[in-house]
Design a protein around this ligand. Structure first.
Ligand code: FAD
Length: 828
């Protein structure tokens, strides 16, 4: 009887822990246990009395709040306040900036899948779609990537004019100010499309639409400032840039030496309150052509001229401040151009003793010292649009163009896309391209709802890393065709420019190691940040409530993670049935494991975690892959769910789970506290890490699909600019694909005859004539095989140039010489 009662209690306790029952339910459960043991006479009278007394004391201590605060949580509160790492106001501002979104659900270990499934993607309005179909198409047609990157090192004047005329620079400026007022999703689609034509074009358009004067004015500008600057930014008569980075500071921009002193100066005979600035900035995009500079600097007011605000600051140091100044302001010097491997404008700006009136501060004097918060808030949104869009462009071109090449290029008499080794790379390209579009559309749609700082950091880091992998794989598959640069090459500019995407808007190593989990753990955790705030505010009542909520949360997530692991995640919830249900379940399981691991890690390492970058990077990887897998599931469920779609989605999800397994495994193996290492292994992987990399079979299926027309091919490359005609590298491939598909059957028939030796001749043309003569191919088949062969040959050609042209004498080498590249003597 006693054994039965104990077993029943343990099962009940397990269930209560699994569902996360509140404290009073636990109290009742233990009381019932004692009553049952007493009723069954399982304990002697003394033992029962002792146990009941102990239970009574504990129950009172835990359930009577004033008592609990006085005895238990008050004591823990005192320790917590002592060990809590110092947080600077800048760090707090960064942590507080931006919103939390779906990634918080994945962090907290019990995702509400309905929230994800009912979330609406931002649909493009008719106006936004028309802009993509007409203005973007027209702008792409004005650009010749080779000419931009190699000859002019600039966009053609016609493109600059068109950008201004059609308000490309004002996509994020609201309609009421005359801007286009596009959604984040539409901005992302525009940048993706432009990037498939020219990286320089995309970067030029995206910079004024991301962190910079336009966005800062929209959010924080005074009415006066909006009136003064927005019309020019909308019609393109003003070109903005934003200067944060300098020679001494890159990632750690808060340490900038650039400084402004509040002072008076005589302007037009009038005593004017203003700021005297000295600064040196580098790497600034659009600086060489900018007419208005957004500048970040540290503002000092040693004489207290700004009034009360400065008295609050030590030594009159007000902190990072953002101001807008015309590039023509005396003392401002726009420096020479950098050359970042692509031709977009990028350079230096210097200023010495530059005086600007006080209302140059964005938002006016009230915003003095609030610059860092402004920047991080805006960055957290913009980071989810521009660079993810560039990365997706690489995915879209990679999918579509590598597919064409791998189908048409034959070696050893086989399309190279059919070799298993090549399929490893093309399978990855296909899977990553699916992942990129899925993540792009959900992240951009999220930015339309809020400013999700952690989500956008995840998107920025992982999408640009996938971009790098796709381009590397693409280059391998293309072989010499990827290497030989010229008007036919559609990959080399992206290859050269990839490090730009990796480095800007939060360099990737820093983003992975410090930001994703560092910010994610504190912002997404339901208790940690509120506990820190309670300690800062010295609010014991609040802390006590949070502390006990936190304990219950940690126990629940540990039990859930362990139970779900033992059940192979079958006990987890899934909002769908069928083949994709186990993915939801595995993600919920790993989400619980992450929540438990986070608590254990913060509990054992505390503030030291900040310096254990390798560890926090791995937990960031888990969080990121949980988010990315959610994007993929949503994208699949919103799609056609065709066979091709199903296979791509499974590839992407298997990859995410395998990455989660790897990250957890590495984390546990390297965790510095031995007992916690053992506990983690038992809770997270009681049966070992069963997640495996994508199977060869699945990889081969997506790789095969990359070579075929399919709904997924269209869905994953819908933004590729395809209408550039036969002088455009992608236009050429598109043409070949169309001709090739309609005539491939005839060519394959010819190819087999030739391989068997059934037809003879030194060239393809001669062998086709022979086939016609012998009646082995009809006249129509011969015509089709000829068309196919011409298209095939065009796909494999690369460019060649005269020595003069490569020495920079572009005039001597007319376009005809480049055209001659296509006329290489053929050896069939
Ligand atoms: C083409 C281009 C355009 C740009 N445009 C602009 C612009 O318009 N305006 C502007 O203000 N800036 C711009 N930047 C600057 C860009 O934001 C910086 O390059 C970036 O912040 C990194 O700074 P850094 O290059 O000095 O690298 P560093 O800060 O010197 O970093 C070097 C390496 O150390 C890593 N690292 C640094 N700290 C940590 C840490 N705590 N933990 C782990 N790793 C760390 C970084 O990830 C990086 O890998 C641009 C840069 C480029 C290259």
């Amino acid at each position: 009887m006693t054994t039965l009662i104990v077993v029943l209690f343990l099962v009940a306790a397990w269930c209560l822990a699994f569902i996360g029952a509140p404290l009073f339910v636990w109290t009742v459960a233990v009381a019932l246990l004692l009553a049952a043991l007493g009723f069954a006479s399982a304990l002697g009278a003394t033992a029962l009395l002792v146990c009941s007394a102990a239970f009574g004391v504990l129950a009172l201590l835990l359930n009577v709040l004033p008592l609990r605060r006085a005895v238990l949580s008050g004591w823990i509160f005192a320790i917590f306040k002592k060990v809590q790492p110092e947080m600077s106001s800048t760090e707090r501002e960064v942590l507080e900036s931006g919103d939390i979104w779906w990634e918080a659900e994945m962090f907290r270990g019990r995702p509400d899948w309905e929230k994800l499934l009912s979330f609406q993607y931002t649909r493009l309005t008719a106006e936004e779609q028309a802009f993509l179909d007409h203005e973007c198409e027209a702008l792409c047609k004005l650009c010749d990537d080779w000419q931009i990157e190699y000859e002019a090192r600039d966009l053609p004047q016609a493109a600059w004019d068109y950008i201004r005329e059609k308000k490309f620079f004002s996509m994020l400026i609201k309609k009421e100010y005359g801007g286009l007022g596009f959604s984040a999703n539409a901005q992302s689609a525009v940048v993706t499309k432009l990037a498939t034509k020219s990286i320089t074009l995309a970067v030029t358009v995206m910079v004024p639409n991301s962190l910079g004067p336009g966005e800062l004015l929209m959010h924080y500008g005074t009415d006066e400032q909006k009136k003064k600057w927005l019309p020019g930014l909308v019609d393109g008569s003003e070109i903005p840039c934003f200067g944060l980075t300098g020679p001494e500071v890159g990632s750690d921009a808060t340490a900038m030496p650039d400084v402004g002193y509040v002072c008076h100066a005589e302007i037009d005979g009038k005593k004017t309150l203003g700021i005297r600035l000295t600064f040196s900035k580098r790497y600034i995009t659009l600086a060489p052509v900018a007419t208005v500079i957004g500048l970040a600097f540290k503002l000092r007011d040693p004489e207290g001229l700004l009034g009360d605000r400065s008295k609050l600051a030590r030594d009159g140091d007000l902190g990072i401040t953002c101001a807008l100044l015309p590039a023509t302001t005396p003392g401002v010097h726009i420096g020479r151009r950098h050359y970042p491997g692509a031709a977009f404008m990028n350079g230096t700006i210097h200023g010495r003793d530059v005086f600007v009136p006080i209302d140059a501060i964005i938002g006016g004097p009230a915003m003095a010292g609030k610059g860092w918060r402004m920047l991080t808030e805006c960055l957290s949104a913009g980071r989810g649009i521009s660079l993810p869009a560039l990365a997706t462009a690489a995915g879209q071109i990679g999918y579509r163009m590598t597919g064409v090449y791998a189908r048409f290029r034959r070696q050893f008499k086989v399309s190279v896309g059919k070799f298993e080794g090549v399929q490893e790379a093309t399978g990855r390209i296909a899977g990553y391209a699916y992942t990129l579009e899925a993540t792009r559309v959900l992240t951009a749609s999220a930015v339309d709802h809020c400013a999700p700082g952690v989500t956008t950091a995840i998107a920025k880091y992982h999408m640009t890393e996938l971009m790098r992998k796709i381009i590397n794989d693409g280059m391998d598959v293309l072989g010499g065709k990827g290497i030989q640069q010229g008007p036919r090459n559609f990959m080399a500019t992206g290859y050269k420019a990839t490090p730009v995407a990796i480095t800007v808007e939060g360099a990737n190593i820093l983003t992975r190691n410090l930001m994703i989990y560092g910010q994610g753990a504190i912002r997404c955790h339901p208790y940690v940040f509120p506990e820190m705030e309670a300690a800062r505010e010295n609010d014991l009542v609040k802390f006590d409530k949070l502390l006990f909520g936190h304990l219950g949360f940690a126990i629940n997530r540990a039990v859930r993670a362990f139970t779900l692991a033992l059940s192979g995640a079958r006990l987890a919830r899934a909002p769908v049935t069928g083949e994709f249900a186990p993915y939801f379940q595995q993600l919920e399981r790993m989400s619980a494991a992450l929540a438990f691991t986070s608590d254990l890690t913060m509990g054992t390492l505390g503030g030291k975690l900040k310096f254990k970058e390798r560890l926090s990077a791995r937990l960031g990887d888990v969080l990121s892959q949980l988010y990315i897998a959610s994007c993929v599931l949503k994208f699949y469920l919103e799609g056609s769910q065709s066979e091709a779609e199903r296979v791509h989605a499974r590839w992407a999800l298997d990859h995410c789970l395998s990455e989660i397994g790897l990250a957890f495994d590495g984390f546990i193996r390297n965790f510095p506290v031995a007992w916690a290492r053992g506990l983690l292994r038992v809770v997270v992987f009681p049966l070992g890490n069963r997640f495996r990399p994508v199977s060869d079979r699945l990889n081969a299926r997506v790789a095969d699909l990359l070579l075929e027309p399919s709904d997924v091919r269209e869905r994953l490359s819908w933004l590729v600019f395809k209408n550039g005609g036969e002088r455009d590298p992608i236009g050429r491939m598109e043409h070949a694909w169309r001709v090739g598909l309609s005539s491939e059957a005839a060519y394959v028939k010819y190819f087999r005859l030739a391989n068997k030796g059934a037809i003879v001749g030194d060239t393809v043309a001669a062998r086709l004539d022979d086939a016609l003569r012998r009646g082995l191919l009809s006249a129509e088949e011969v015509a089709q095989a000829r068309a196919y062969d011409a298209a095939r040959y065009d796909v494999i050609l690369t460019d060649d140039f005269s020595k003069e042209y490569l020495a920079g004498d572009f005039a001597a080498e007319a376009a005809a010489a480049i055209e001659a590249a296509g006329l290489l003597a053929r050896v069939a």
